[in-house]
Design a protein around this ligand. Structure first.
Ligand code: CAA
Length: 283
């Protein structure tokens, strides 16, 4: 499995493209708009240079990795790929459309994976004529640093596909861990209610955002407090994941915090807009 396609050059897509290119794969990164594609490629270069400056990447490797990474604005350029990973916006209709297109374009034996954080792999697979070769590969942000890949088996994902993806994940130097296809899988079913609860605590005036984050950081040894982590993930992404959990599981314990809805409505989406529960410098 050497030819890899990645659809979507946002934070997750460019990180996924980077880790495949860094481990010797030939990668085609597709983004529909040229300016977004260039931004994604620039993010990869910046991340590689950061790793190099910390001595975590041998000198001269940056150019080698970048040489294996090709950008494109056309989906058809992944037709030859052995594995295509979709990392577009977290909306079922958008993902379904991308998978239908990929199913038409990509060679029949190619595997189609989704980096979705909560949408059903079974539903995505059912939109194609190759549900046995559709699987979830849920990477964590920041992709170059986080070692987990949550692997999600849809109802019709074949054992062969699962084995191939487990092996491919190990070749990235990452640890694949299997989950079945239920809303939010494991990572977000457990993470999102915690972040949501931190937002309720803030909304109800239990403590300030700084205090909530400090308590969870120092008290639980989390690398980031929950509100800072929500900002880092993107408040719009948190809201759409909570909405999937709430709708699909039907339990009021997953209802998104009204403060989260207000923040998203105001366009305060976290790090990417410079403001969320905290304020950030934008580049
Ligand atoms: N590329 C390369 N290097 C990077 C990087 C990137 N994108 N981001 C950070 N780094 C490096 C920094 O250069 C730094 O290197 P040194 O330790 O050698 O100095 C190191 O990572 C640590 O970075 P910082 O000093 O800037 O900050 P930090 O110590 O707080 O670490 C962090 C940053 C790794 C992001 C850490 O805070 C962390 O682990 N946070 C939690 C992340 C997390 O929970 N991710 C999962 C989110 S959920 C998700 O992704 C799934 C979903 O569906 C929502």
């Amino acid at each position: 499995m050497n030819q890899i396609g990645v659809i979507g050059a946002g934070t997750m897509g460019n990180g996924i493209a980077q880790v495949f290119a860094s481990t010797g794969h030939q990668v085609t990164l597709v983004e529909l708009k040229e300016d977004l594609l260039q931004r994604g490629l620039a993010m990869v270069k910046k991340s590689l240079e950061r790793l190099e400056s910390k001595g975590k990447l041998a000198p001269q490797t940056v150019d080698g990795v970048l040489a294996r990474l090709k950008g494109s604005t056309k989906l058809v350029d992944v037709a030859h790929c052995d594995l295509v990973i979709e990392a577009v916006t977290e909306q079922l209709e958008v993902k379904t459309r991308v998978f239908q297109e990929l199913d038409r374009i990509v060679k029949p034996e190619g595997i189609l994976a989704s980096n979705t954080s909560s949408i059903s792999i079974t539903k995505i697979g059912a939109a194609t004529k190759r549900a046995d070769r559709v699987i979830g590969m849920h990477f964590m942000n920041p992709v170059p640093l986080m070692t987990l890949v949550e692997i999600i088996k849809g109802l019709d994902t074949s054992a062969d596909t699962l084995n191939l993806i487990v092996e491919a994940t190990k070749k990235l130097g990452k640890t694949p861990v299997m989950a079945n296809d239920y809303p939010g899988f494991v990572a977000n079913r457990i993470l999102m209610p915690m972040l949501n609860e931190a937002m309720f605590a803030l909304m109800e005036g239990v403590a300030t955002a700084e205090a909530i984050d400090e308590i969870m950081k120092l008290g639980m040894n989390h690398p980031m407090g929950p509100l800072r982590l929500a900002d880092f993930i993107g408040l719009d992404v948190c809201l759409s994941i909570l909405e999937v959990l709430h709708k699909e599981l039907g339990d009021p314990k997953y209802r998104p915090c009204p403060l989260l809805r207000r923040m998203v409505a105001a366009g305060h989406l976290g790090n990417k807009t410079g403001r969320g529960f905290h304020v950030y410098a934008t580049t």
